[in-house]
Design a protein around this ligand. Structure first.
Ligand code: URA
Length: 441
């Protein structure tokens, strides 16, 4: 078999066989296939797509490229949650403690931020002392004893994805449904939870910019999960504007803590309860409405916040910061973004807000760059709010005064004010299960 022929076949829009897929994944992981050949194939896949059989074989070949975790030493039902990536998405910090309080085991391996989208590990590492890199034995022990743990994605899981993602990131081949679906699902299957909940983000701040492609991605991933014997549900949620009010690492931990204390922004609370309810549903805890009530109770009783604190403490974090936010590292500089005209906030473009937060220091412009845990944006206004000239729309934070000015520039481009109110898409747009798709838009 020759890589050249496989590239040519996909370039001509033909279907690759199981053996051909296995050949290029194994060869690439072993270093027998050069980056330039893999890049050419990725571009051909990006342009011509893959059939569901090819996507399924690609997922299996990637899964087989590394270690698989055996979670059977943890008793009971384990449910994994994954977001396809967004701006201001801190739901994992809220949802996992909720489901753990309700008796479900929630093991989670997470990544660092990618591009303008934030990463759960970066958020947690803004808590002084928090260790995301814990060994497998500690991870298992925490899941078993307290119901949850959030750790770094292990390097030995799906090495094929690690190598392929690094190429996709620099060859404009990230936004491809078969490539995203196989990348995410191979990692989910390697973790070995019993059921999987996927939050597929849709809109300007997501990899999938429109509803139809988000739906296709959601349906592809649900099918891949079900084919592997894992009950899988996907929800499609709005990512045209940031979720909640905070974007940036410690700022998002503060907002997640507020939400766990029963406060926090309405959209964040609503989505967190809905995601938690879907995880509880997958674990067999009853109908979605019953599971929503359980999730809300976990917040209102204060138990979910205590569970979050317990996890932070077990992983070495200083829990005092979760009650006294001034104990977080503080940004040196803060600037108010003041409205220069009057009208309705019609757009807070999520992608541009994400880019502004990266410029402020909350994300990485280069792989392995240091991030500023205190940098970011806190919005005072949401879409649909009426603003007068001089009103504060947002505050931006950074430890570098130069970055504050560039960040402001980019953020201002994200904000659109109009004279009439413009209808916005709903937060929760669809739910995809093996039975079919419920659409809410
Ligand atoms: N997240 C992943 O893990 N992989 C992708 O391809 C896109 C988002």
């Amino acid at each position: 078999m020759r890589m050249y022929d496989i590239i040519e076949k996909k370039k001509n829009g033909k279907e690759l066989s199981k053996d051909e897929i296995k050949f290029f994944i194994d060869g690439f992981v072993k270093g027998n296939i050069a980056d330039y050949q893999m890049s050419a194939l990725l571009m051909a896949i990006c342009i011509n797509g893959m059939t569901s059989e090819e996507t399924s074989e690609l997922t299996k070949a990637m899964l087989e490229s590394g270690e698989k975790i055996d979670l059977s030493i943890v008793p009971g039902i384990k449910v994994d949650k994954h977001s396809t990536g967004g701006v201001g998405d801190k739901t994992t910090l809220i949802v996992l403690p909720i489901v753990a309080v309700c008796g479900i085991y929630a093991p989670k391996m997470s990544g660092k931020g990618l591009g303008y989208t934030g990463g759960t590990i970066d958020k947690l590492e803004s808590i002084p002392g928090f260790k995301a890199s814990i060994d497998k034995e500690k991870f298992f022990r925490l899941v078993k004893q307290i119901g949850l743990s959030i750790t770094n994605q292990s390097g030995s899981l799906v090495p094929a994805d690690k190598k392929i993602y690094a190429l996709r990131d620099v060859t404009a081949t990230v936004e491809s449904i078969p490539l995203i679906a196989s990348s995410i699902m191979s990692k989910k299957l390697a973790l070995g939870a019993d059921c999987i909940l996927l939050d597929v983000k849709s809109g300007s701040g997501a990899f999938m910019k429109d509803f139809d492609s988000s739906l296709k991605l959601a349906e592809t991933m649900v099918k891949l999960g079900e084919l592997s014997g894992k009950e899988t549900v996907a929800v499609i949620t709005n990512m045209n504007s940031p979720l909640g009010s905070a974007v940036g690492n410690s700022l998002e931990v503060i907002e997640a803590s507020e939400t766990l204390k029963g406060k926090g922004p309405e959209d964040l609370k609503k989505l967190s309860v809905y995601l938690a309810a879907n995880m509880l549903y997958l674990a067999g805890k009853g109908s979605i409405s019953r599971c929503k009530a359980m999730a809300s109770d976990a917040i209102e009783s204060g138990k979910a916040f205590l569970k979050f604190k317990q996890m932070v403490s077990e992983q070495g974090g200083n829990t005092e910061v979760l009650d006294d936010y001034d104990k977080f590292a503080q940004a040196k500089f803060c600037k108010e973004i003041v409205s220069t005209n009057e009208g309705y906030i019609n757009c807070l473009d999520a992608e541009k807000c994400g880019m502004a937060s990266v410029i402020l220091g909350a994300g990485r412009e280069k792989k392995d760059a240091q991030i500023d845990s205190s940098a970011g944006i806190v919005f005072n206004k949401k879409i649909g709010d009426y603003v007068h000239k001089g009103d504060i729309i947002a505050k931006i934070y950074s430890s570098d005064s130069e970055k504050l000015y560039v960040g402001e520039d980019v953020l201002r481009k994200a904000i659109k004010i109009t004279q009439s109110e413009v209808p916005t898409l709903p937060l929760i747009q669809a739910r995809v299960t093996k039975e079919g798709t419920e659409r809410f838009i």
